[in-house]
Each structure stands twice: as structure tokens, then as C-alpha cells.
Design a protein around this ligand. Structure first.
Ligand code: 5RP
Length: 229
């Protein structure tokens, strides 16, 4: 039996192979955020001459990429990326994803939108029939937090303002936003809910990646890495 960390390492390695095989040398790669994305960054580090540079979805990933010597480019300087590799917190059978456990959902959505192909890397525990067991992160403008929380409660969720783990300090995103985590949803219409939440004034972005799904899923399971398109 593999541990969850071993499964994450396996998919990170498979994603490295997928990228090196399918992305022409000299291109710019989009890189996600989280523990699985971190393992992917470490896996591609010895191959960085393959890439003209990378676009990162968070300060944390930028720091890790730069430590390895990658050239990290401003997303405004690229018009399109051939590939974006990132993890997920939940994936439903239709390939809709819930993301943002690491707080980087807005930048992740921006970089994913730039990418021609989104490669989602995760261990099998992230696959669910219906999303919502993992609280849905919603990035908000701080002055609207109470108002947005009331609107999210009307959707049937239990809303918590995210704090820095183990402290009473509010978690602040790379964009100076705050995050409301919405528990208790049963997300049967992810495309509709993604749009609906985005209509609430004060919402910057929510963690549903239903309108822009992954093109390729690499899922780490006991039998090995399963590739799904
Ligand atoms: C960060 C994310 C991550 O991709 C997601 O939380 C999965 O993280 P991990 O690979 O650590 O399980 O969306 O905002």
C-alpha cells in the first residue's frame, strides 16, 4: 500500500513525463500550488533547460521555483501557455474540480485560463461522486466579508472566515483578499454554482473549476498512475 505522499510523488513524476513528452522545448509552463504541485516542481527542476520560463500561481510556488533556479515570468507577459499543472482538493466524475485549499484559487484560475491544456495531478482520495465535502473556498474583498458570508449561507453553506493555521489571525491571500470556506454544500451543479457565487458583490473568485476543467487527469492509485482525458 502506498501512502498519500507516495501517491502524490508518483503523479508528480508522471506529470513531469507528460510535460516533457508533449511540450516543445523553449515553451513557458504554468505551475500550480500545493503539496502535489511542490513535488512536481521538484521533479521538473533537473529539466529546467527544457523551459524558457514558468508562470506561477502563488508566491509560495514562485519562491520554490526560484530556489531551483527557474525563470518566473509575470503572467501579463504571456498570451498563452501550452500547459498548466496543478493539484485539486476534489474532482467529480465529470472532471469538475474544487480547488483553493492552499488559498491560491484566484491566481490558479488566472493561470489555468491562460493554458491550452490543464493537467490535474492528485491522489485517488480526491475523487468524489459529488463535490462539497471539502469546504469550498471563496476569495473575497475584506470590506464585504459579512455581506458575502450571509449570501453564501443562503446557499445552504456553513461559512468560516479562514485563519492562519493555529492562530487567530485572518489568512490573507497573495492578492490581499480574505477567504471564506463554505462547508456543507452538496455541489450537484458545479457550473451553475461557480457562476452564481461569482455574481455576489465582493466575491473575487471561487474555488470551483467547472467552467474550465482539466484536460488531463493524472490520478495516483494503488495500481499506479491512471491517466484520464
Ligand atoms: C491550492 C490548491 C491545491 O491545488 C489543492 O489544495 C491541492 O493541494 P494538495 O496538492 O496539497 O493536496 O488548490 O490553492
Amino acid at each position: 500500500m502506498y501512502t498519500q505522499d507516495q501517491l502524490k510523488a508518483m503523479v508528480a513524476e508522471a506529470a513531469k513525463d507528460e510535460v516533457l513528452k508533449n511540450m516543445a522545448p523553449g515553451g513557458i509552463l504554468g505551475v500550480g500550488t500545493g503539496s502535489t504541485a511542490n513535488l512536481f516542481i521538484d521533479a521538473i527542476a533537473p529539466h529546467q533547460s527544457h523551459f524558457a520560463g514558468v508562470v506561477s500561481s502563488s508566491q509560495a510556488s514562485t519562491d520554490r521555483l526560484q530556489k531551483h533556479g527557474f525563470k518566473v515570468l509575470d503572467s501579463n507577459s504571456v498570451q498563452s501557455l501550452p500547459m498548466y499543472v496543478d493539484g485539486a482538493d476534489e474532482i467529480d466524475p465529470h472532471g469538475h474540480m474544487l480547488k483553493g485549499g492552499g488559498g491560491a484559487l484566484t491566481r490558479e484560475k488566472i493561470v489555468a485560463h491562460l493554458a491550452q491544456s490543464f493537467i490535474c495531478i492528485c491522489d485517488g482520495s480526491k475523487q468524489v461522486d459529488v463535490m462539497g465535502k471539502f469546504p469550498l473556498p471563496v476569495e473575497i474583498i475584506p470590506m464585504a466579508h459579512a455581506q458575502v458570508a450571509r449570501e453564501l449561507e443562503k446557499l445552504g453553506g456553513v461559512v468560516t472566515l479562514r485563519k492562519v493555521k493555529g492562530t487567530d489571525s485572518v489568512y490573507v491571500t497573495d492578492n490581499q483578499g480574505w477567504i471564506l470556506d463554505v462547508a456543507g454544500l452538496s455541489i450537484k451543479d458545479p457550473v451553475g454554482l461557480e457562476s452564481q457565487i461569482n455574481q455576489i458583490p465582493g466575491v473575487v473568485c471561487n474555488g470551483l473549476f467547472a467552467r474550465r476543467k482539466a484536460n488531463v487527469l493524472l490520478i495516483g492509485e494503488a495500481a499506479g498512475v491512471r491517466r484520464q482525458t
